[in-house]
Design a protein around this ligand. Structure first.
Ligand SMILES: Cc1ncc(COP(=O)(O)O)c(C=O)c1O
Length: 383
């Protein structure tokens, strides 16, 4: 139930009740009538909507022979972890989990106690899209800062820097940033370094949600290690699902000593895969022949191509710099609704009629051309 699953996606946080009602009406009246459930229509809704890269499937098949020991004590998991360490540094400790929410929540659980708080952008996945799982599983408070572009700055953090050592106040312990951010923007190495120094000065840690880490690496043209381990990130959620994998993300502890009890936390968190080799195999494929880079380069360049075609169209306004694989654009609602009958994508902010377009590893030029043609046609029809 693709559509139903995401009925409320991305709007809820910023919307007054009336807008939420609009959104529900929109999906009920418009989408359910105009889209077949399980339709194979292509679009720009999410990089999660793309399929699995054939090389990943091939690797899954390649490890599907004989018996191996379960729960990660197999040669493929060893191999995958070795590859991770080549990218993140020798002291990185890697734990596979099933999905990105688990990577974030359990990674935070590993370094927080229930009296702590984590500070994050109000648009972040841990704040908006994890159904309160960080609060539930860590027992901690999530504190937010509002950003215009999804990126946290030191100035924004200052308001939460108080109450240390005071037993009446939750103790700030982690700053969590998302790279690439939920708004498609990308932190520079300097920006990350600044935040990590700030965090460490307060005896806090820096967590990075890297669901789209490959897109950020390509955007920065830098190896993963440069803007994670070397920039002072302590805990990293390393994603692959949005970039050609089927499932499986990695919690990476980049600072020695942080993973001490994590094996118990993962098991209690129900994220220890018995047949782990099938997650590991995907990461082997991901790193082999730079598949991660090919996929992310493609989706980023498709976003640039799409942006180039729409940014100067009268009646549209691109609202964020296009730095990875997301484009945020204001489209007249009536036009967007028409285009959505052919190409699926999500509203981001109904009040401003802003929509989110995501490209993925399998976006084609035909997708872009067909979408832009239709957009232009519908814009013309309204003039
Ligand atoms: C920024 C970010 N972090 C994490 C995730 C992972 O979430 P999931 O639990 O759906 O794999 C997503 C997926 O939408 C995301 O956009």
């Amino acid at each position: 139930m693709l559509v139903a699953k995401h009925t409320h996606y991305y709007l809820y946080n910023i919307l007054p009740e009336s807008a939420t009602l609009y959104f529900v009406r929109f999906f009920k009246e418009y989408h359910f009538e105009n889209m077949e459930i399980n339709s194979v229509k292509r679009g720009f809704a999410s990089d999660n909507n793309a399929g699995v890269h054939p090389d990943v499937l091939k690797e899954i098949l390649a490890v599907n022979k004989g018996h191996t020991i379960g729960y990660g004590s197999d040669i493929y998991t060893d191999q995958a972890k070795t590859l991770f360490r080549e990218y993140l540094g020798e002291s990185a400790e890697i734990f596979f989990v099933f999905n990105g929410t688990a990577a974030n929540v359990l990674g935070l659980s590993g370094v927080m106690r229930p009296w702590n708080s984590v500070i994050t952008a109000s648009s972040s996945h841990i704040e908006q899209d994890e159904c309160g799982a960080p609060e539930k599983f860590t027992g901690c408070k999530v504190l937010t800062v509002d950003t215009s572009n999804g990126k946290i700055t030191i100035d924004l953090l200052e308001k939460h820097m108080h109450g240390f050592d005071f037993e009446h106040h939750s103790q700030p312990k982690v700053i969590s940033i998302t790279q690439a951010s939920e708004m498609g923007t990308v932190y520079t190495v300097k920006e990350i370094q600044k935040i990590s120094e700030f965090a460490h000065d307060y005896n806090m840690l820096l967590h990075m949600d890297g669901a789209r880490l490959a897109n950020a690496s390509v955007a920065l043209n830098l190896p993963f290690k440069t803007f994670t381990t070397d920039a002072g990130v302590d805990v990293l959620s390393f994603g692959g699902t949005k970039n050609g994998m089927m499932l499986g993300e990695a919690v990476c502890f980049l600072k020695p000593g942080l993973s001490e009890n994590f094996k118990y936390i993962r098991k209690q968190g129900m994220q220890l895969a018995s047949k782990m080799r099938f997650i590991s195999a995907q990461y082997i494929a991901y790193f082999k022949n730079d598949l991660w880079k090919k996929c992310a380069s493609h989706s980023n360049s498709m976003a640039t191509a799409l942006n180039d075609k729409i940014k100067n169209i009268k009646g549209l306004k691109v609202t964020q710099p296009v730095q990875s694989n997301g484009i945020f654009v204001i489209i007249p609602r009536i036009v967007a609704e028409k285009v959505m009958s052919e190409y699926f994508f999500y509203p981001w902010n109904e009040r401003t009629s802003e929509y989110r377009l995501m490209t993925s590893w399998d976006t084609t030029e035909e997708d872009i051309n067909g979408f832009v043609e239709l957009l232009k046609k519908e814009l013309k029809n309204t003039q």
